[in-house]
Write a protein that binds this ligand. Structure first.
Ligand code: HEC
Length: 696
């Protein structure tokens, strides 16, 4: 209710602004009231003080240094701004409120009470509704007083509720957090979750809580229980053991229709599914639910029995398109494989045909891959769909040779070759195509703006070893040698960063992305693991039995396919920005997006890079986006043509979606500069831009 009221009020202010066009508006204000700007996740604004003709004059209006960055930290929040106050989070997952006109801190809340955090966080912001700020810290969902940042005791037992509760499994065995804020509908707070991608995991229930008390009001089981639709698409006991199928990238609200939309991720374990044979509904699925009752209205599964971690990476965007001269309310869904699906909103009827195409059979014993997978016929994909030797990097002869060697060592036949012991190149890659920044949509033109990665990934499985507790439970993410993989950080010397107790706690409770082992491994055995991490001596060698979660294979290697110097192993573009016409089903423009400063200095420009965080689009013609991982830039493009109009340097990569708002007649654009993706330096600063006072 709150966010609707705010939207209406913001709209009223804007009307005043439009009526006064030509005059300098002195007292106007407009909010960015929710994550993504509006509950439809279109990242669209009518604010027009900053325009294509003056965008080059943008200057830094203020910066806010959280001081919270640490090695490897990230900061991905899309700030919420209401009534001149900005709310967001720091790399250590503290919450703060700022004066949105000056960047002056009003309050700050540390859920960890000054202790160092026990994990890296991927966190995208908060929900502000009525008198409160709702945010997630690990398994805790807090309600804070909006004026003071103090927990509201009447929410849950003491200002927070436990996201692990109410999933029908013992909480000690679960690791659940929520990287992306939820939405508020009437008196319900609706949210998805982040859960481990290896077993033991947790089911990805989508849940609605009473926004005042924190009481659980409904759960939608994305891994269906006996008797529920889709139950037969899993083995009979999966609802008690399987995990994932979680809406980690948020949920979308159509408040007028009382519908909530979600797009779910893969089932755990990501890469081998012999214990989840079947299509695995509602993993990798676009879901339309009744927001009041959780009843499923329609669904579409984009990938059956996922074996590649090809989650739906972003929440659905609610768009309006033209069909046969009529306006049709629709849902647009981007994918990691570089496709856009478009559905009529109320019934889920595809607005462009979707066809099931035959797929390769699984290689590993026990596995059964889906015989077909769906693809939309239109629009054409916004990322390349296959990789041959012709597509390998030609940056230098040495780089080509290194890439060719890797390429020939791995299976590459088909984008849906299933994981195996030889190793597979996953392309389009595991981080897209599309990612969690999600698209921006311009209702006037029907253009959907999508930034995309073009990285191939290498994945190799090995037989799981029961040689030691660490090899059996931890090595798949932290590496056999403890040096880390893309799935988890290095644990070498972890005792220099963490106390023994902190290490114990992480292993017992997990972190949201790391599983909780408190129920799967007994206390003495966890002690043995900690001893091993601290001393390097492993008492558990040869003592390990089998657990209900034991699979015969685990990840040996999982990372981006790079050349000998760490640049992508394929030809550019390595990242793109695309304008997709949802009316025509065509790509209007596509440009390389981002640069490697070192290559730029050598004259190698326009390569594109990987990029995380979305764009915002303005009615008056701008497309504003940071996102690029290595050049630390924020840019404004002409939304019709993709021509670059403005760019500025940030203190670290702006791997987040910007917000725009108006306070006291001045329009601001603010971006979280958190860096830390794929080896880039971490940062902890928010930067706000505005026009110089004189030029407005
Ligand atoms: C599914 C992947 C995964 C598995 C399996 C896993 N971890 Fe982790 N672990 C992570 C991730 C990811 C982090 C970093 C925190 C985050 O981003 O959530 C982490 C963090 C940690 C940390 C904190 C490191 C630091 O520098 O603060 C410790 C200690 C740890 N893990 C130990 C273990 C042990 C011991 C096991 C096996 C019992 C294990 N992990 C199994 C993914 C995993």
């Amino acid at each position: 209710m709150r966010s609707r009221a705010v939207l209406l009020r913001a709209a009223a202010c804007l009307t005043a602004l439009v009526l006064a066009s030509g005059l300098r508006a002195q007292t106007t204000s407009a909010d960015w009231p929710v994550y993504g700007g509006s509950d439809d996740h279109t990242h669209y604004t009518r604010l027009d003080q900053i325009s294509p003709s003056n965008v080059r004059q943008l200057q830094v209006a203020w910066t806010f240094a959280t001081g919270d960055e640490f090695a490897g930290s990230e900061m991905q929040a899309n700030p919420v701004v209401i009534d001149g106050t900005l709310y967001a989070t720091t790399p250590k997952l503290q919450v703060f409120a700022l004066d949105a006109a000056t960047g002056r801190q009003l309050w700050r809340f540390d859920p960890n009470n000054g202790r160092p955090p026990t994990s890296r966080f991927r966190h995208r912001g908060v929900v502000v509704t009525g008198d409160r700020v709702i945010f997630n810290y690990r398994n805790r969902l807090y309600a804070l007083d909006r004026r003071t940042g103090v927990p509201i005791k009447s929410f849950g037992d003491s200002g927070w509720i436990d996201l692990r509760a109410g999933l029908g499994r013992p909480v000690e065995g679960l690791s659940v957090s929520a990287s992306t804020p939820g939405v508020v509908f009437e008196d319900l707070f609706i949210i998805g979750s982040t859960v481990p991608e290896a077993l033991p995991s947790a089911p990805g229930d989508i849940r609605a809580y009473d926004v005042r008390t924190g009481a659980l009001r409904w759960s939608f089981h994305t891994i269906p229980h006996p008797g529920e639709f889709g139950y037969e698409t899993w083995p009979a006991d999966a609802w008690q053991i399987a995990g994932g199928a979680n809406a980690w990238s948020g949920v979308t609200l159509d408040a007028t229709r009382g519908m909530v939309f979600a797009a779910t991720g893969s089932a755990s374990f990501d890469f081998y599914g012999a214990n989840r044979l079947g299509d695995d509904l509602f993993a990798n699925t676009v879901l339309a639910l009744d927001a009041r009752t959780r009843k499923r209205i329609w669904h579409f599964q984009g990938l059956h029995h996922d074996l590649w971690d090809r989650d739906f990476p972003a929440a659905p965007a609610l768009v309006t398109v033209m069909r046969d001269g009529k306006r049709v309310d629709a849902v647009a869904q981007i994918t990691k494989t570089g496709h856009v699906y478009l559905f009529e909103r109320t019934r889920g009827t595809p607005l462009f045909p979707i066809e099931e195409r035959p797929m390769p059979a699984a290689i590993l014993p026990g596995e059964r891959s889906s015989a077909t997978q769906p693809f939309p016929i239109l629009p054409p994909p916004f990322a390349r769909q296959s990789l041959t030797e012709e597509d390998l990097t030609q940056r230098t002869p040495e780089a080509h040779a290194a890439a060719l060697k890797t390429f020939r060592a791995f299976n590459t036949g088909h984008p849906f070759s299933t994981p195996d012991l030889k190793g597979t190149i996953i392309f389009p890659g595991v981080d897209g195509g599309g990612e969690w920044g999600g698209p921006a949509f311009d209702p006037a033109t029907g253009l959907l703006y999508v930034n995309s990665n073009e990285m191939a990934w290498l994945l190799k499985l090995v037989p799981r070893s029961d040689r030691s507790l660490f090899a059996a439970n931890c090595a798949s993410c932290h590496g056999d040698d403890r040096k880390g993989t893309a799935g988890g950080p290095s644990l070498i010397d972890v005792i220099s960063r963490r106390s023994r107790d902190e290490i114990l706690k992480v292993i017992r409770e997990g972190t949201g992305r790391m599983p909780a082992f408190g129920a799967a491994i007994d206390g003495g055995a966890i002690n043995d693991i900690v001893n091993y991490l601290v001393t390097g001596r492993d008492a558990s060698v040869g003592t390990v039995g089998t657990s209900p979660y034991a699979l015969p294979y685990r990840t040996a290697f999982f990372d981006i396919f790079v050349d000998h110097e760490g640049y992508p192993g394929i030809r550019p573009p390595w990242g793109t920005l695309n304008a997709i016409d949802l009316n025509a089903g065509s790509i209007r423009w596509s440009i390389p997006f981002g640069e490697y400063p070192k290559l730029t200095a050598q004259g190698v420009t326009g390569t594109g890079t990987d990029n995380y965080g979305g764009a915002i689009v303005t009615e008056n013609g701008l497309l504003i986006i940071a996102a690029t991982t290595y050049d630390n830039k924020i840019r404004a493009f002409d939304k019709r043509t993709g021509a670059l109009l403005w760019e500025a340097q940030l203190p670290a990569a702006g791997n987040a979606t910007p917000s725009t708002y108006m306070v006291n007649g001045r329009q601001y654009i603010v971006i979280a500069c958190g860096g830390g993706k794929n080896g880039a330096p971490s940062g902890g600063t928010y930067v706000a831009f505005a026009l110089p006072q004189s030029s407005r």
